[in-house]
Design a protein around this ligand. Sequence first.
Ligand code: GLC
Length: 579
Amino acid sequence: MDSNHPTLPEKSHCSPEKAGNPDVTIAPEDRTSDSLEPEKALVSTNENGDGLPNKPKKSVKMPTSEDTTESQSIKNTAVLKPSPSVHGNLENISPRNSTNGSLMNSDHTSLLDEAWENLKKSVVFYKGMPVGTVAALDPSAEALNYNQVFVRDFVPSGLAYLMKQTPEPEIVKNFLIKTLHLQGWEKRIDNFTLGEGVMPASFKVLYDSQRGKETLIADFGGSAIGRVAPVDSGFWWIVLLRAYTKCTGDHTLSELPEMQRGMRLILNLCLSDGFNTFPTLLCADGCSMVDRRMGVYGYPIEIQALFFFALRCARQMLKPECGGKELMERVDKRVMALSYHIRSYFWLDHTQLNNIYRYRTEEYSHTAVNKFNVNPESIPDWVFDFMPLKGGYFIGNVSPARMDFRWFLVGNCIAILSSLATPEQATAIMDLLDERWEDLIGEMPLKVTYPTLEGHQWRIVTGCDPKNTRWSYHNGGSWPVLLWLLTAACIKSGRPQIAKRAIELIEQRISKDGWPEYYDGTTGRYIGKQARKFQTWSIAGYLVAKMMIENPSNLLIIALEEDKKIAKPRLTRSVSWTC
Ligand code: GLC
């Protein structure tokens, strides 16, 4: 066994997955069995559970223990080729061959070099292995919890390492294994124990100088503002595991019994039967990227789209053993129900808005048109002006008598990436971005939510949160990290020009401004009030966006092709549908 390589929590084949499994209460850091083989020649196999044609795989060689240094080099032997398999017009984009995926323009090359340099600085090592990246490296601000590796923040970092011309998948593999270890911890807040499958929001490496020992400390939401467990972490973990598998062709990692078990635990958490009448997942406020109270409780699109994405990714990787087969069936059913529900009830365009505006209320029985008894008076004024004749989007939330009409970029982009959005809906979302550029992209991309909450609404919805004041932070602030999601969604819908415009805007300022976490103001003109500088996911998000726009086949590492088995709902048509 190579002690420099991460070990997996020791689990017997098909170990029980119910609460009380003694294995999970033991901090797995002390375990030393079941190490991964240190060196593997990763040969492509045909994975195509999603119906994608053979993806162009990067052929990579995993490093030996001697290579496990910051400057390790993993030799690749194949260059990605553009693939026409994505439903957009990928053929129209000519990928350029360049170092680190840079543009030929020297300013932009240096910007990319600067970004890579900063990303490398953010790498966190544990027992000599790269295991993640810190959230921010801002020497001028108090670290708070920004010195931790956040699971969601690591996704763009991991993708950057997978997409670079000479891929470095080792950090992603280590991260996936380490976070799996942490999932095995007993998670307790006061006297209450959290679900076994919950993945941490973040972790950090503590160095005990007296004992000369490093240990990992994880937070499952217990130390977070508002004490909310991250629902998104487990989903992102699954998505990243699939991205790793897709990029490297190494199925051995996802097929390990321990990884399979980790996946089953996450899925069991969100597929369990209950009182639900909807296939969507009931969430607490603050359980995802928007991790403070912002009225995002209930059935937020951000989580629903990610849930759908993770279900489809897991479906490709699940093995039938140890209850996996039964789980696959549950996943299939949920994917169907979820897509129908979201595509039908979360969708808003001009026609649908007009329908809601004319809704009757108090309808009983199955024939009800206004299924959730939404009162038309609850439609906020701004939506009527905001909604163009051409375009549409998935609204923020749908539950009884409540439609949150706000725009959430993460949910809409993930809906496109995962093919939760039909091709027509994806086109309409792109049309909306075009039509409402000033509002949604502005001067510094990209608005995380639109519009802002202010005055009385801000007081009651955010609980007077001084960080989420109007047009700031999660409340209508602009987040450069979202560039990678936008770029992926644009390429997938055949509209890369939209992403290119946004990338150009970012390039004008981001380095001068010190790679901030977020911008404030109606158009994002000002560096955020409390924004960290050198925020890692701003840096990684830019790199991933660049590598995808220059080599669109990189998109296949992350995106899912449409599942033809999923029936499309019959929807009313707005102007944008016919374009
Ligand atoms: C903030 C963000 C959260 C992010 C964390 C670390 O709390 O709201 O989404 O994960 O910072 O960057």
